[in-house]
Design a protein around this ligand. Structure first.
Ligand code: DAK
Length: 257
């Protein structure tokens, strides 16, 4: 993996860092491909239960897709770039482990879209989020026009699209764009606390539950319920189900691998 995306793991927690601080971690093709590669390695590595995704440096999570790389694209190249971003972000959204975005600064354009593809968003109080693409004569196309309305509602999403405003962390919290806002110096510690809590529970059950939520939102209620029942049934094929229920009945804490 190249230096533009750093990956390490400590025990069950994987740390992914977008590492182009001089360009405020802007996303080019190399970053996107490396991110995709890292997610696929993580999916294969059963030791990893949670991933924390952040940006290098003090200032930015990700300041968007790389404007310099996009400027002279042909329409076909732009479509392919958009498809690449959509594919990579979808692989994050559907990754086996829970992915926490530690939003340490600007999360703009593609950076806001990346954060939205993560399962849980924690922002530093210095973070600013927005989709300012209309100032560049384009609109967000790494699924931002799909995920933002689902998260904050259509009205606010359209306002963010049209005004290009950079939403401060506290406002992002109020509209449901992030789950938590914490002081900058506590951001990683807070995310690690969340990760530790998640690691105590059944990884398989979390993965099936995540799958059910992701897929169910795209279905009508009857199909979503059928899908949920099928995945619930599958949890009974796991050791975790036997351990979890057995431990409850034996009045002890469960031991999940
Ligand atoms: N791309 C490339 N370089 C960037 C960048 C970006 N998105 N954002 C910042 N940089 C670079 C700057 O050019 C500068 O580089 P040097 O001049 O030092 O070489 C360096 O990072 C530091 O930035 P600033 O000097 O501007 O720093 P400031 O603190 O003054 O301002 C800022 C920080 C985040 C407010 C400002 O950099 C800024 O406004 N950046 C752009 C934010 C933005 O508009 N983001 C949205 C990007 S567009 C599509 C696919 C995808 C998308 C659209 C279409 N298709 C395929 C059709 C998605 C688009 C986006 O995400």
């Amino acid at each position: 993996m190249s230096e533009c995306v750093l990956y390490e793991h400590r025990g069950p927690v994987g740390y992914l860092t977008i590492n182009r601080p001089k360009a405020l971690n802007a996303l080019n093709e190399e970053v996107l491909l490396n991110l995709e590669n890292a997610i696929s390695l993580i999916n294969e590595d059963k030791r990893i239960k949670v991933v924390i995704l952040t940006g290098s440096g003090e200032k930015s999570f990700v300041a968007g897709a790389d404007i310099a790389a996009m400027k002279d694209m042909s329409p076909v190249e732009a479509r392919d770039f958009s498809r690449l971003g959509q594919r990579v972000f979808r692989s994050i959204e559907t990754a086996r482990p829970i992915v926490i975005a530690a939003i340490n600064g600007y999360a703009l354009g593609g950076g806001c879209e990346l954060a939205m593809a993560c399962d849980i968003r924690v922002a530093s109080e210095k973070a600013k989020m927005g989709i300012p693409e209309v100032t560049l004569g384009v609109f967000p196309s790494f699924a931002g026009t799909q995920r933002l309305p689902r998260l904050v509602g259509l009205g606010y999403a359209k306002e963010m699209l049209a005004t290009a405003k950079k939403v401060p962390a506290e406002e992002a919290l109020r509209i449901g764009l992030v789950n938590h806002v914490v002081p900058a110096e506590q951001l990683m510690e807070y995310c690690e606390g969340l990760a530790a809590e998640i690691c105590q529970h059944s990884t398989a059950a979390i993965a099936y539950g995540k799958m059910s939520m992701n897929a169910g939102l795209e279905m009508d209620m009857d199909r979503a319920l059928e899908h949920e029942a099928t995945l619930f049934g599958l949890t009974f094929s796991t050791e975790d189900q036997r351990e979890g229920m057995g431990a409850f009945l034996e009045k002890r804490s469960p031991k999940f691998p």
